[in-house]
Each structure stands twice: as C-alpha cells, then as structure tokens.
Design a protein around this ligand. Structure first.
Ligand code: NDP
Length: 315
C-alpha cells in the first residue's frame, strides 16, 4: 500500500497551495485531483482578480501554473477520486474509486464547493460566455450591458447590487413572488434604480449565437411559473445565484459541519474536530469563496499540518 506524509483531497487553489507549502517543507505530498482536476477555475474564462497577473489569466491556465509549481517541489498528482476516508485509526486510510488504498499521516480536505445550477438547456454551453455563477469574478466583463440574476436569496440580492456597478441594468428573476433573502437586502435591491424584478419567473433555456467563432448569450427563455407563459428576453449576461453546495459528503458523520455542509474549523486555524485532518478552501468557507482566499487558507492548512506532524514525531 502506498504511504504519504500528507494526502490532499481536491485540486483547486486551496489544494495546490497546500501542496506547494507542504512539499517545500520537505514532506511527501499526494494530491488527489478528483473528477474536476484544477477545480472551479477550470470552468471559468478570464481571471482578472488573482494578484500577480497584471493583465489577467485564463482560469485553466492559472490552475496549470498552480499544478506545475506544486509538482516542482515534488508533490504528486493522482487523477483519482477518493470515495472513502477511514479516520478511525492513524495513519488515515484513503480509498479511491477502484478500491485502491493509500495511507497518510495527515489529510488536508480541499474539496471545494459547487455552485448550484438550474440544469436547463444552454447553461453548460454558455457558461463563461454570458452565463456565470459568480458576480465578483465576472461582473467586470458586463460593463454597460443588460444582465440578469437568477435567485431570490441573499446571494442574488448581493450580486444584483454588485452588478449595478458595471451593468446598465440588472433584472432579478425569481421563481416566487416572496423572497428568501433578508428584508434589508431586498429593500436595498428594490431601492437601487438599476435593479428591476421578474417574479414568478424561471429560466427554461439560455439561448445564444456564435460570432467570429465565439459563443455569446443573447436571450433567456423565461417561463412564468403561474401561467406557464414563455417569453424570450434579450440578455447579455445571466448570473445563477441559487446557492452553493460544499463537496463534503465524504466526511459526513466524521467532520463537524454546519447545516449546509460546510466543514467547521477551529478559530482562525484549519483544524477540524479530527486530529490530523485539516480543511481549507471553499469546503469550509461559505463567505468569501474566492480563489485568493482559498489559496490563503490552503497555505494555512499546510502550515498547520506540518506543525502538527512535527509535534507527533517529537511526542
Ligand atoms: P439560499 O438557499 O438562501 O437561496 C437560494 C435562492 O435560489 C432561493 O431564493 C431559491 O428559491 C432559489 N432557487 C433555488 N433553487 C432554484 C431553482 N432550481 N430554480 C430557481 N430558483 C432556485 O442561497 P444563497 O446563496 O442566497 O444564501 C446562502 C446563505 O448565505 C444564506 O444563509 C444567506 O443568508 C447567506 N448570505 C448572506 C449574505 C449577507 O448577509 N450579506 C450574502 C449572501 C449570502 P426559493 O426561495 O423559492 O426556494
């Protein structure tokens, strides 16, 4: 059976930063890259808010740089999905989808979160070409344009407000006429002259075209949830803001989590309730969810794990 000092589960900015720091500390590191090697940034286009890249960088390219930098110091990537973690004894035993086992003295959970999507036609096709699940990441590209936000929670209200900095108009599309969002957030959105609302409405399809070999969203096919009437609404952008799901089901019953499934870490650290298992990135962050904050917390997890391992060896 293969043994490693630190097993990192997840390969987004958090996982690779943890791998970089841990391997530079001379630890043997294996990164289990999972089903989406490189994580959420591999499904975005241009990233302009990652410090160090003055002119921006494409998401997949950025993650390739992360990977190469971690590999340079000896971290190894395994393109496997961990399906089970046995934390009942140390070293921990990780099992992949083929039943193969790896043992590790410490585990860093960097499994991220997944933005919930509507799952309707055109959504995957125009993701990054007008459709987005992150206003902070992509709002800037919609200067002077007509955009929509789907959802009726606090995220939808916050993203709608944020997008008014750039967009000419922002329309919130919500499937009911009552909001899940807090009153203060709804009131703020309603008071913003650039924001309007389409209530009892849902997007049935994203419609677009191809201009000079580039895909481009042009319309939303919107259905009234009461009358079922369908209209095509011209749209330059659509931000899906119907919540996120942390990818933490593997650790249910093992690691402490909040109601939604975000892993609870202790104080300002990456320590979980299980000694030797550390958590970082979006799997434990429901608030910031940015590549740079995930990378920062990956660094914290590597330092915590390194110090914890040292304490074990000297005990
Ligand atoms: P929520 O789960 O609170 O809201 C999701 C919204 O999306 C709901 O309005 C829901 O509609 C709608 N929705 C869900 N699925 C679909 C679907 N398939 N089709 C159409 N609409 C759908 O998620 P949020 O991300 O908004 O918030 C998550 C947590 O983070 C909350 O606790 C929130 O308070 C918090 N938060 C706080 C902020 C702040 O205080 N500044 C900012 C952002 C988030 P319906 O209501 O009909 O179910």
């Amino acid at each position: 059976m293969h043994h490693t000092d630190i097993a990192i589960i997840g390969s987004g900015p958090a996982g690779f930063t943890a791998a970089l720091y841990a391997s530079r500390a001379n630890l043997k590191v294996v990164i289990f890259e999972g089903t989406q090697p490189g994580g959420q940034l591999t499904i975005t286009t241009e990233v302009e808010n990652y410090p160090g890249f003055e002119h921006g960088i494409m998401g997949p390219e950025l993650m390739e740089v992360f990977r190469k930098q971690a590999h340079r110091f000896g971290a190894q990537s395994r393109y496997e999905m961990i399906t089970h973690v046995d934390a009942s004894a140390r070293p921990f035993t990780l099992t992949n989808e083929r039943g193969e086992k790896t043992t590790a003295d410490a585990v860093i959970v960097a499994t991220g979160a997944t933005a919930k999507l509507l799952g309707v036609p055109g959504e995957q096709e125009y993701m990054g070409f007008g459709v987005s699940a992150c206003a902070t990441c992509d709002g800037f590209f919609f200067r002077g344009l007509k955009v929509f936000v789907v959802g009726g929670g606090d995220t939808a209200m916050e993203e709608a407000n944020y997008l008014t900095r750039f967009a000419e108009s922002v329309t919130v599309i919500h499937r009911r006429d009552d909001f899940r969002a807090s009153k203060i957030m709804v009131d703020r959105a309603k008071a913003n002259p650039k924001i309007s609302f389409m209530l009892n409405a849902t997007v049935d399809e994203y419609v677009g075209t191809t201009v000079n070999n580039a895909k481009k969203l042009t319309h939303l096919r919107v259905r009234n949830t009461v009358t079922n009437e369908i209209v095509d609404v011209p749209a330059d952008g659509a931000f899906v803001a119907i919540g996120h799901q942390p990818n933490t089901s593997l650790f249910k019953g093992m690691l402490d989590m909040d109601d939604v499934g975000y892993i609870v870490t202790t104080g300002k650290s990456s320590y979980t309730n299980v000694d030797g298992i550390f958590a970082c990135g979006d799997a434990q962050d429901s608030v910031y969810r940015q590549a740079i904050t995930a990378a920062g917390s990956g660094c914290m997890a590597a330092i915590d794990a390194e110090r914890w391992l040292e304490a074990q060896h000297s005990a």
